[in-house]
Design a protein around this ligand. Structure first.
Ligand code: AQP
Length: 342
């Protein structure tokens, strides 16, 4: 059974990278898979979140899903904290994953920075919770940006170790040998790693203190235009072919963004715009970005202004997610050897 799971953190400043690397892909996958899209609020609190701000951000991420075209009736949209299986399974995975595995996670190193002693334990265990998110639904496919690749690999290792450690018990409970599937990352297309507009070697990120480094999904046409015009570039015209994008991170980034927004690919974009000056290409990119994002931004603000609809979608989503996840948890408890009410 093929099933998609993915999540986005409600930590404010949703940006073009989140849209192109994740949310836009969520929409595309709805035709082919049964999908669960989660606002991962338990992940968000691994770093401090102001409670009122968190509530607002949870609704904003849900609004972004819906405004971008995720169907909250056919598929499942919910917030993580409302399905207790995520936290329960994460604990079990805390006891499956090895310290050595987590010590290799580069995102923890980046986010904890120099003051590692002062990072939350949750930030360290984050990848185990992410594995639980996916495996609570025994999801087979996970659309994410390039930055999540290492965490996905860890989720695969956890699934495999659980299946191995408990192979006898899995068999005794009459369950399939590969109780947890190996979730496959879906990292494809021209915008799996959208870069900062201020530094072509850093990814576009919510937490970048410079607002000019990213296009927020709440930015209006004027902000979009000004940020794209000011985006860092090199002094050369656009190359004629994709080979010419090597060693030119800023050009590569803008061409990738254009291609992703146009549902095209970099070669086709360069066939049209190769040889242009950046000033010209940037104007085309402004027009395309505004055309694609404006309807989403408008719908997001409409939904957030009266959150009744969003809350209904989230509550119904959590109920339906809970049905699937509780079944997994009942099996997991039997497999591990917990006594429970039958
Ligand atoms: N720059 C990016 N390009 C492509 N995809 C990206 N994603 C994030 N940044 C880019 C993808 O968006 C999804 C949701 O991300 P998240 O909110 O769960 O966490 P994140 O990766 O930590 O997001 P940020 O913006 O980078 O936040 P900070 O600044 O806190 O680190 C994921 O699928 C992610 O790959």
């Amino acid at each position: 059974h093929e099933r998609v799971f993915s999540g986005v953190q409600p930590t404010g400043n949703l940006h073009l990278g989140n849209y192109l690397g994740a949310i836009k892909r969520f929409v595309e996958l709805q035709e082919r898979f049964e999908c669960l899209y989660c606002v991962v609020d338990l992940h968000a609190i691994t770093v401090w979140q102001d409670p009122a701000e968190l509530k607002r951000s949870i609704r904003e991420v849900a609004a972004a899903f819906l405004a971008a075209g995720v169907d909250g009736e056919k598929h499942i949209v919910f917030n993580q904290s409302q399905v207790s299986a995520h936290a329960e399974l994460a604990w079990i995975f805390n006891c499956v994953a090895r310290l050595g595995w987590l010590n290799r996670m580069t995102q923890f190193k980046e986010k904890a920075g120099k003051d590692r002693e002062n990072a939350s334990v949750g930030l360290y265990a984050y990848p185990n919770l992410m594995a639980a998110d996916i495996l609570a639904y025994r999801a087979t496919h996970v659309p994410v940006g390039e930055d999540q690749k290492q965490h996905l690999e860890l989720a695969r290792d956890i699934a495999q170790k659980f299946n191995n450690d408990f192979s006898q018990s899995i068999a005794e409970n009459g369950l399939p040998e590969k109780f947890f599937p190996q979730p496959e990352p879906l990292i494809a297309g021209p915008a799996t790693r959208v870069m900062s507009f201020r530094d072509g070697t850093k990814k576009m990120s919510k937490s970048d203190p410079s607002d000019a480094s990213r296009i927020n999904l709440t930015d209006g046409p004027d902000q979009i235009a000004s940020k794209i015009r000011k985006a860092k570039t090199d002094p050369h015209p656009l190359p004629e072919s994709v080979e010419g994008l090597k060693e030119r991170p800023e050009a590569d980034n803008l061409v990738g963004i254009y291609a992703a927004l146009a549902d095209s690919d970099p070669a086709a974009v360069l066939a049209e715009h190769g040889g242009s000056q950046f000033s010209q290409f940037k104007q085309a990119l402004v027009d395309l970005t505004v055309a694609k994002l404006s309807p989403i931004t408008a719908e997001m603000s409409r939904l957030v202004a009266d959150p009744g609809h969003i809350d209904k979608v989230l509550i119904s989503g959590a109920e339906r997610a809970n049905v699937i996840a509780s079944e997994t948890m009942a099996h997991v408890k039997d497999i591990v050897g917990f006594v429970r009410k039958g």
